[in-house]
Design a protein around this ligand. Structure first.
Ligand SMILES: [Zn+2]
Length: 257
């Protein structure tokens, strides 16, 4: 237990950190908007490789469980309890609007040692937006989530994985790592608990980034998760955050062969 005075000091420092992060994000966006263009080198890079991280090349026995569309007041705390019971951590790609609405859930994600990334402000289809609009939405989402979290946000996942190469470049220009997934059980389509477990555990490999949803209406995901965690543990796979996984190897910008 920390004395109350020390705790208050930490809170203030976190708030100041968040403000600084928000200001920095605003400055980055302002300077980026001012030039409103990428270098010729970046244009060439965007055309040849979009810069999406699909999985991590690593020899270490670890994978990342990720959860999109939260925080949700019913599902996210349950997911957190299951992760804790299984000795696992997760990465939650949250909507800024929901993070603002449920700041305590964001705090409990972080208190569990799990990670928070951005999944935009309000889940638009970003393939239909200009690169400038994508950059604005991503910067706004990160500023809001960082303020709630009290720490910088470094990961971004496009809603529906829907993007243009220029949109990805705009997000990366903000200093964000754009995360896809290498294992998708399509839990949102409600294929059944057994199918979710099988789709995740069949063929799972170290470095995989596994996609789930916790934004509401995912009873099958909640039922499958303890079995998934058990099965992964039995294979000796540690469940770490995406940032931890990235530190264990190098990002793959290509899908699994
Ligand atoms: Zn989503």
């Amino acid at each position: 237990m920390r004395p109350a005075g020390a705790l208050r000091l930490v809170v203030v420092r976190r708030w100041q950190l968040a403000l600084a992060a928000a200001l920095a994000a605003g400055l980055v966006l302002a300077s980026w908007s001012a030039v409103n263009a990428f270098t010729e080198q970046e244009r060439g890079w965007a055309a040849t490789r979009t810069g999406l991280v699909y999985f991590v090349r690593t020899s270490q026995p670890a994978v990342a469980l990720t959860f999109d569309d939260g925080p949700d007041p019913f599902e996210t705390p349950r997911v957190l309890a299951m992760l804790r019971a299984g000795g696992a951590r997760g990465t939650f790609f949250v909507l800024a609007n929901s993070a603002e609405r449920y700041p305590a859930i964001i705090q409990s994600i972080l208190a569990e040692g799990s990670e928070v990334g951005s999944h935009s402000v309000s889940h638009p289809n970003m393939a239909n937006m200009s690169a400038a609009a994508v950059g604005r939405e991503a910067a706004a989402s990160v500023a809001t989530i960082a303020k709630v979290a009290g720490r910088p946000i470094t990961l971004f996942r496009f809603p529906y994985f829907s993007h243009t190469a220029a949109g990805v470049a705009a997000v990366r220009a903000l200093g964000l790592t754009v995360v896809e997934a290498s294992v998708d059980p399509k839990d949102w389509a409600k294929p059944g608990v057994a199918a979710i477990v099988r789709r995740v555990t069949e063929g799972v490999r170290p470095g995989d980034i596994i996609l789930f949803h916790d934004g509401g209406g995912h009873a099958q995901t909640l039922a499958a998760l303890p079995q998934v965690i058990d099965a992964l543990r039995q294979r000796g796979l540690q469940m770490v955050t995406v940032s931890e996984l990235l530190r264990m190897g190098s990002p793959s910008y290509e899908v699994r062969p």
